[in-house]
Design a protein. Structure first.
Length: 304
């Protein structure tokens, strides 16, 4: 049963990403500022918070699991911190967080970008499986299997991949992977749209409809629309509106679109989203709702 069946919607927040305080002074740096925003966003109604582990000077802490561990353990003193960090290449910090959980909570969601793992993949319809396009024994693509081994490790550690779909090619792989059981359902999908990043989906609401049409009816999913690196608040609103009209979740945050919302705080962005959601006669899903949806144990610490 999807969130929409219960009159609810998935609300995610991207609090800091790769942008700076010059873009928006409220972008959190460091573990303490980020933990503060995680708490405030959840208290204001967010279902999930996505963050980049960053040091106090704003630089990215891509593989330093201690920064993420501090964010999550600090936030766990006030809320159920259903939050997850980003990654670039290496997932070692994710494995470390799963094996040595932050105090007061456990990591549930993990980032997973097919574009970082899947290269030049073939689909063999007659065999119902993936293959690899190889240009010879020395082709570096041979090291990129069509079935990422990271997916097995996610399952072993009880992690749910939060799947980033940047374009139609990503969506094609995701739906085929779900069809043959490579990705477990319900899928947790993020659709990225941008008027700056040409590798992302075109920020036209009609593209949401196209991408949804690519998901076979039998695939169970919770999908979130993410306006990203957008210049226009109005175009962000159009994407959020279409997403909600189509039964999808939405993501907001000053980390995602600081140029469209140069003075907002993350809590204010959540308030904006909650207002939009409630005007549709809906309410944000809670952390408990998402844990139940993906078959995860209930949180044992402070609840939101």
């Amino acid at each position: 049963m999807s969130f929409r069946d219960d009159g609810k919607v998935y609300l995610e927040v991207g609090v800091n990403e790769v942008v700076s305080k010059d873009d928006n002074p409220n972008v959190p740096y460091g573990a303490q500022e980020t933990a503060r925003d995680v708490v405030e966003c959840i208290q204001h109604g967010a279902t999930v918070v996505h963050f980049h582990a960053r040091y106090d000077d704003g630089t990215q802490a891509w593989v330093d699991d201690e920064v993420s561990r501090t964010v999550l353990s600090t936030a766990a003193g006030a809320v159920d911190p259903l939050a997850y960090p980003s990654y670039h290449g290496s997932l070692e910090h994710i494995w470390a967080l799963a094996k040595q959980p932050p105090q007061g909570t456990r990591l549930l969601l993990t980032p997973f970008d097919p574009v970082q793992h899947i290269k030049r993949v073939l689909w063999l319809e007659e065999e119902n499986r993936f293959g690899v396009i190889s240009f010879g024994p020395d082709d570096p693509n041979n090291a990129n299997p069509p079935y990422p081994p990271e997916l097995d490790r996610f399952a072993d550690l009880g992690l749910v991949p939060n799947i980033a779909v940047f374009n139609a090619a990503d969506m094609r792989w995701v739906t085929l992977a779900a069809r043959i059981g490579v990705l477990r359902q319900p899928l947790n999908i993020k659709l990225f749209f941008s008027d700056r990043w040409v590798s992302n989906n075109d920020p036209d609401p009609d593209v949401i409809d196209f991408l949804l049409s690519r998901i076979p009816a039998g695939i169970d999913h919770e999908t979130v629309v993410v306006p990203y690196a957008m210049s226009s608040a109005q175009r962000c609103e159009q994407l959020w509106e279409r997403a909600l009209d189509r039964g999808l979740g939405i993501r907001v945050g000053v980390g995602d679109c600081p140029w469209a919302f140069p003075a907002a705080t993350n809590a204010e962005m959540v308030d904006r989203a909650v207002d939009l959601i409630t005007r549709k006669g809906l309410e944000p899903a809670t952390q408990a709702d998402l844990r139940k949806r993906v078959g995860a144990p209930a949180a044992t610490g402070v609840s939101s």
